[in-house]
Ligand binder design. Sequence first.
Ligand code: B12
Length: 305
Amino acid sequence: MALSAEKFAADASVGYFDGQRERFAQAIINGDGESAEQVTDELVAAQQALGDIYLKVITPALESVGELWCRAEISIGEEKLATQIVIGQMDRLRAHFTPSVRPVLYRVMVACIEGDQHFIGARMTADLCGERGWNVDFLGSDVPNHALVEMVHRRHPQVLALSLTMAQGVEHVGWLVGELEKSAPEVRVIIGGRALGENSSLGNLSQRCEIAKDIITGVASIGRLLRADRPKSVLKEYQMVLAHRVRDLRTKRGWTQEHLADLAKVTRACVIAVEGGKQNVSMDILVRMANALEVAPETLLSVEG
Ligand code: B12
């Protein structure tokens, strides 16, 4: 099944991504997992951001699948195969982008509305939250309203992010927001998903919860809501932030702990302790690490981004 060239020529603003999303779309439509994997590997090797890979390559590729399916040019089975290839590639990307240290005591819960099977947008949202080092409870597709409320009470997320693809789910969102206002008013709710663009009955809801147009702006809003909820900082939390930052910057540069220790003129044991979140470091060590990593010292203590 060939894709029309015009579809991809239409949006020149994303430049580099045009070719990659065309190849990715073609691969998933052909049921060719190996070619899809090759594209994701290239995007990772080119150090593209996870949000860009999701928004500029995978999302439009799935939209193409939807269009072909609507025109009966591919079968339901082919659509399902394409979706499974995408889910497989997202699993690989998540493993690559998820930091090994989770620094912040934030928790985000991500779920699809009752009756909604479309979980990829929600999974993308969860992955971008995870990439930022926040703790994420991803509940997946079709989460019954009562089960979701019960999980909020059980797990105490600061933010609940909901995904709504099918317009019928708007009623469920209304019920959930009302219920949480009564039983867990401290929880902030944000909603994203395809149905929002089409639905005017959300007007009333938008005063009671946030509405996000895509994953990147949505996750930025989640970050803002989390920081607004920020409890008074504790030493342990800063140690974990430092651990996360140092490890993340070091591995992004492809350095071993020994190499960082050499550059910062500290012992390897010191690097291990810092990256383990165990070391209550002196200003001297903080500045040495920052200089070695070529960032400002405050970057190593920042929970932003
Ligand atoms: C794959 C797919 C399926 C798969 C879902 C598999 C899965 N595990 O997710 C299956 C086969 C199960 C399926 C079933 C159906 N589907 Co379907 N499906 C699709 C398809 C091809 C891709 C969806 C997708 O994953 N897109 C990629 C994601 C990333 O895009 P997204 O969900 O829009 O998310 C983006 C934003 O909306 C946002 N976002 C989403 N959620 C959230 C949440 C937060 C918090 C934030 C911040 C942002 C955010 O971020 C994402 C990127 O920016 C679309 C076509 C399309 N154009 O999207 C149709 C589509 C969504 N399906 C459609 C339909 C009609 C159905 C069925 C009714 C078909 C049928 N007759 O059985 C059923 C309904 C099942 C149900 N009850 O939910 C219609 C929906 C039309 C509508 N609005 O009513 C579409 C648009 C196809 C079409 N053109 O008609 N589908």
